[in-house]
Write a protein that binds this ligand. Structure first.
Ligand SMILES: [Zn+2]
Length: 432
């Protein structure tokens, strides 16, 4: 059947993303460039793109002029970096002015994305951009020998709407994907004989983890599996142990955002290589967060955009043993501004990650948690399993190394996974 899915893939790709294959081949070619060549190409593309935005987007023209920047007359990285970063609110409030005119026969896709804070951003994505993003993912999966038409399992999670499910099932059939809506052992059993044909697994990492956990003793046969990819969520260290046992490999990560395309993809040596061919990334001197310029976002230019993540870049001298010289992101450490409030002090929500990571590394105890704050000075930590007095004490002791003026309440046996979508480890209910 795989020839059929390959055929369907090419038929669909030619209709929907005519430039996909060409862009994939280009990315495979630039994969071999040296760091110097890559950075040179990146700056040239950046200049061309910023000039394009200046000429075609009324928002960016005015925006650049505020710092007397005219990329046609006085281009330099230094001048570029004097322009003010663009926020998500800017993308929403000046949406129309940011869009560039697209010729009538050019294909665009309407995109809608909502962030954790609920506001919705919509924009038009041109075909080259859409295909570039797909090509970048394809290149990443090619490092593992996985093609877009290969049979894959996709963890989507909770969707009870029957019609929607049926529609998704049909679309999934076309792309040779089996979508899993829950991780009930029965559902997994129903996939049964298909499992040994699965080449790739993808989805939210917490869901992949739960699937692995539930099926730990079921001897699932994943003999064709080449890649397990987690998206959107932080991969906790204890996820990897279970993944290794059940899938025979660790969960690799892909880092991206709808408005930014694929920012980085983890290579088989465990390093997140930046898509230098299409993106220019910096650290925002003001917030310390990542700034992304998406150099393929022609229809809706994304320039020096505050994505909202705190990102640690690897030292520029670092070279990965996989041979790729694309710069590397060491860690996406967390969301900016997501704070836990003590009575007088505040703490980055990432602190929770470190507390549970320490407990795992020091005591080998895996704890699935989600923290909620309803008032300053108090924090509820919901724990999925039962809590023993020793574990209770252990968490409180570890937490006391970080939190000075915060009262902790641990709540056991809490299945916080029952809601839809991305799993967050901290949710603040305090109005900002
Ligand atoms: Zn590498």
């Amino acid at each position: 059947m795989s020839w059929l899915h390959k055929k369907i893939f090419w038929w669909g790709a030619n209709r929907r993303n005519p430039s996909l294959y060409k862009q994939f081949l280009e990315l495979k070619k630039t994969e071999r460039l040296s760091r110097e060549e890559l950075l040179k190409m990146q700056e040239e593309r950046l200049k061309t793109f910023v000039e394009f935005a200046y000429k075609n987007s009324s928002f960016y023209k005015a925006h650049f002029e505020k710092t007397n920047f005219n990329p046609i007359e006085n281009w330099s990285l230094e001048n570029f970096k004097k322009t003010k970063p663009v926020s998500k609110a800017d993308l929403i409030n000046f949406n129309q002015e940011i869009h560039t005119p697209v010729s009538k026969n050019e294909k665009t896709f309407f995109v809608e994305t909502s962030g954790t804070s609920g506001e919705i951003l919509t924009f038009h994505r041109d075909e080259l951009w859409d295909s570039f993003n797909r090509a970048a993912i394809w290149r990443g999966t090619s490092w593992y020998g996985v093609n877009p038409w290969d049979f894959s399992l996709y963890f989507w999670g909770y969707n009870s709407d029957f019609l929607k499910k049926t529609k998704l099932r049909f679309l999934d059939f076309l792309v040779n994907r089996f979508r899993v809506f829950d991780y009930n052992p029965k559902t997994m059993a129903s996939i049964g004989s298909k499992l040994n044909r699965v080449k790739a697994i993808e989805g939210y990492s917490s869901m992949i983890y739960e699937l692995a956990q539930i099926n730990e003793n079921n001897n699932l046969d994943f003999s064709s599996l080449k890649m397990v990819k987690g998206t959107s969520e932080k991969i906790m260290p204890h996820y990897q142990d279970v993944a290794q046992r059940v899938f025979g490999q660790r969960i690799i990560s892909e880092y991206g955002a709808t408005e930014c395309s694929i920012i980085a993809f983890e290579c088989p040596k465990g390093n997140m290589h930046i898509t230098t061919e299409g993106l220019y990334t910096e650290t925002d001197p003001e917030t310390g967060g990542i700034l992304v310029t998406n150099m393929v976002s022609r229809s809706f230019p994304i320039i020096r955009y505050q994505l909202g993540d705190e990102v640690k870049f690897k030292d520029s001298n670092f070279r990965c043993t996989c041979g790729l010289e694309h710069p590397v992101i060491e860690e996406v450490t967390g969301r900016i501004g997501s704070k836990i409030y003590g009575l007088d002090r505040s703490y980055p929500s990432l602190t929770l990650y470190y507390i549970f990571k320490n407990i795992y590394f020091n005591k080998r105890i895996k704890i699935d948690f989600q923290a909620h704050q309803f008032e300053k000075g108090k924090l509820q930590i919901w724990i999925k399993d039962k809590l023993s007095p020793e574990l209770n004490k252990l968490i409180l002791t570890e937490a006391s190394n970080y939190f000075m003026d915060l009262e902790l309440e641990l709540i056991e046996n809490n299945n916080f996974r029952e809601n839809q979508g991305k799993l967050r480890d901290f949710i603040s209910h305090i109005p900002s």
